[in-house]
Design a protein around this ligand. Structure first.
Ligand code: PRP
Length: 285
């Protein structure tokens, strides 16, 4: 039977969210400890646990069919592969940082300076665009330590919470790019594998669509149903069902959580009672 091979990070910031996404898609993986290849039990999928930096190349060569990877790595390695969809997790910035004592004004500060990074191509493109002549010192990891040990004047690295910069006495001075986890695919997919991928992307889209969406139920006096409905931006129209108590109905709808908080006071003012907010697991679009 044809199986789609998905590459995920062996370890690192994307791994947990990648596996959790597959789980939310209803895919169970037979995973042994330290196993580098695993089969899904209920979906034609094989999971390959690979080094982050190897994934773009393996996708280009068709060793893996699809992969979950940071967008920043796709930019860095510039391989002949396709992005299928952004996945909405592992959001981060690619930034330039300097020791916090530096009185920074603008990017021209980096002229003649040495910058340590694991993303030399991304950095070089930025420097070229800005017309800055700086020296790039490529290192594989622990980039933030470089200025402290005299290896470089500044760094270019991933910043998420900013805590690593802070702990190493650095300040973020320029954001040169943004990134998040994406699903990427090889250009060598057979039609059979593409069909499996279509099924998987359908499930992923349903999971992602349900994020930040809530199912809300509330009791509303019948005369206020129109008013309450107008406060709730809904998919189509709310479901309204009569309650046993004369003159009252139960109103159900789906709403973005953020919008809900914006209208909650108005809902209460319009007589809505017993409001329940329930998570939505999947939303089929
Ligand atoms: C990245 C990056 C920073 C850190 C930033 O490393 O290299 O060290 O995350 O995150 P923060 O802003 O939340 O502190 P990662 O943990 O991905 O591992 P790496 O060293 O292998 O790149």
């Amino acid at each position: 039977m044809t199986k789609l091979k998905i590459a995920v990070q062996k370890k690192g910031r994307l791994l947990d969210d990648s596996l959790s996404l597959l789980k939310q898609c209803g895919i169970s993986i037979n995973n042994g400890k330290d196993q580098l290849k695993a089969e899904a039990r209920n979906f034609p999928l094989e999971v390959l646990y690979l080094r982050n930096s190897d994934i773009p190349r393996y996708l280009e060569q068709g060793v893996a069919d699809i992969g979950v990877i940071g967008e920043n790595l796709l930019v860095e390695y510039d391989r002949n592969i396709e992005t299928v969809m952004p996945l909405g997790f592992s959001k981060c910035r690619i930034s330039l940082a300097l020791p916090k004592e530096v009185d920074y004004t603008d990017a021209s500060y980096f002229n003649g300076k040495k910058i340590a990074t694991s993303y030399p191509n991304t950095l070089q493109k930025y420097l070229d665009k800005k017309g800055i002549d700086a020296q790039i010192h490529e290192i594989a990891g622990s980039v933030e330590i470089a200025p402290n040990i005299g290896l470089a004047d500044g760094i270019c690295d991933i910043v998420s919470t900013g805590s690593t910069l802070f702990k190493n006495g650095l300040q973020e001075v320029e954001i040169i790019g943004k990134s998040q986890a994406v699903l990427a695919k090889s250009k060598l997919l057979s039609p059979e594998k593409q069909a499996i991928l279509d099924k998987l992307t359908f499930r992923i889209e349903s999971v992602l669509a349900a994020k930040n969406i809530k199912y809300v139920l509330m009791n509303v006096p019948n005369e206020n149903i129109a008013k309450v409905s107008s406060l709730l931006p809904v998919l189509r129209s709310p479901t309204v069902m009569p309650l046993a108590t004369e003159g009252w109905s139960s109103l159900h709808t789906v709403i973005k959580e953020k919008q809900f908080w914006e209208v909650i006071d108005q809902l209460k003012a319009a007589g809505a009672e017993g409001i329940l907010v329930v998570p939505v697991e999947k939303m089929i679009l």
